[in-house]
Design a protein around this ligand. Structure first.
Ligand code: PMP
Length: 408
């Protein structure tokens, strides 16, 4: 290891660039499989010029697809005017994005937004908010993913992510997801907050029963605890509603956002509902240098206005239903079905074939995520078309066949 001083300038083959990667980055996410260099809609190209249908979408980030002209124009204009200012000051874009987020969230008067730079940071904000109740107890779900910073990691349930970094912040209880009685037993007058995802994305698109979210609302209200809904993956149209919680009709105390909000630029948010919750964090108690800078705010505004202008919420519902129907119509013996909501989906397999399928898919020009040994997550750009989804569904039988071939 160590930096390569004589790396060829402008070298572009996949193999060469991945070799340079190996000598210059910490491969915390695993070694990348491709070097990508350009995109258009739901398609991306690698540095060898090979094209892929992107059903990963930056992990549910590229809401408008790649290079959407509205996003390109908004970000280009903003960067030419002013990219960043400190939060001693504000910008028109920052204020307008906060107003729009509150509006689409249906947040009551007295609500507020704190902009973060990632999902994990939005969750950190929610944890700090919850501490201001004077309590420390946190309740999260088994299978939950809330991020990798040390506070958020305490809410994330997977042992492989947590154990190398123990001890994490204390007083966190994990309860089985979608189990009202387990939640009832865990929520007490020591609970600062219950934190739940409307769909557990990293667990493989497992959907919360709306009645479960309503029970969580009742239990937290009765115990004087906050209900925080982590919308980092589900928010900004991914489920076909602006936010995943909206289907259940509840009003949460706070939601966390990131991913789709910036359409590819790094912006997250903590949204507090109503004056009592918003008032928990007072001046000087939290902050971040980049928080909601003009550049990411301009990106966020163009994402929200484009989702609206292009009717993408309805489109997401239709594409999600189409995918479910098309996969069911295959009647494939190795496929159990499609789980999830909107365009946060997993093709569930009857055996542990997902990484073999993902490799075969990449060869065949499709990017998909083997989120679990038996589940392939599909979180394409919200603009993905029926025809594009059909290309993948039509290829699935041969991808499965390749995955089942004995390795030589
Ligand atoms: N919460 C949820 C529900 C997520 O899906 C993720 C990311 N997969 C995070 C938090 C963390 O977001 P980030 O990677 O931007 O820190």
């Amino acid at each position: 290891r160590g930096p390569r001083t004589n790396a060829p300038e402008g070298s572009s083959s996949q193999a060469e660039l991945l070799d340079r990667y190996a000598h210059s980055l910490i491969p915390v996410f695993g070694t990348p499989q491709l070097v990508l260099e350009r995109g258009d809609g739901a398609w991306v190209w690698d540095t060898d010029g090979k094209r892929y249908l992107d059903l990963v979408g930056g992990i549910a980030v590229n809401a408008l697809g790649h290079n959407h002209p509205a996003l390109v124009a908004a970000v280009s204009k903003q960067v030419a005017e002013m990219a960043h200012i400190s939060n001693f000051y504000t910008s028109r874009a920052q204020i307008e994005l906060a107003e729009r987020v509150l509006e689409i969230a249906g947040a009551p008067a007295g609500s507020g937004v704190f902009f973060a730079n990632s999902g994990a940071e939005a969750v950190e904000g929610a944890i700090k908010l919850s501490r201001r109740t004077g309590r420390t107890g946190l309740v999260a779900a088994e299978g939950a993913f809330h991020g990798r910073t040390t506070g958020a990691l305490a809410l994330t349930s997977k042992a492989a992510y947590r154990d190398p970094f123990a001890p994490l912040i204390p007083d966190v209880t994990h309860v089985p997801y979608n189990d009202n009685e387990a939640l009832r037993a865990a929520v007490t007058t020591e609970t600062a907050a219950v934190v739940l995802e409307p769909v557990q994305g990293e667990a493989g698109a497992i959907v919360a029963d709306p009645a479960y979210l309503r029970a969580a609302r009742e239990l937290t209200t009765a115990a004087g605890a906050l209900l925080v809904i982590d919308e980092v993956q589900t928010g900004i149209g991914r489920t076909g509603d602006w936010f995943g919680f909206q289907e259940s009709g509840i009003v949460p105390d706070a939601i966390t956002l990131a991913k789709g909000l910036g359409g590819g630029l790094p912006v997250g948010a903590l949204v507090t509902f109503g004056p009592d919750v918003t008032g928990l964090l007072t001046a000087g108690q939290h902050g971040s240098t980049f928080s909601g800078n003009p550049l990411v705010a301009a990106a966020g505004l163009s994402v929200l206005s484009t989702i609206e202008a292009e009717g993408l919420l309805d489109h997401v519902v239709q594409m999600g239903e189409h995918l479910v129907g098309a996969v069911a119509a295959l009647g494939h013996p190795d496929i159990e079905g499609v789980r999830g909501r909107g365009l946060l989906r997993a093709v569930v397999l009857r055996s542990e074939l997902s990484s073999g399928i993902a490799s075969a898919a990449r060869e065949a020009g499709f990017l998909v995520n083997p989120v679990a040994p038996d589940a392939i997550r599909l979180v394409p750009p919200l603009v993905v078309t029926r025809e594009e989804l059909d290309l993948f569904v039509a290829a699935l039988p041969s991808l499965i066949a390749t995955a089942k071939e004995p390795t030589p």
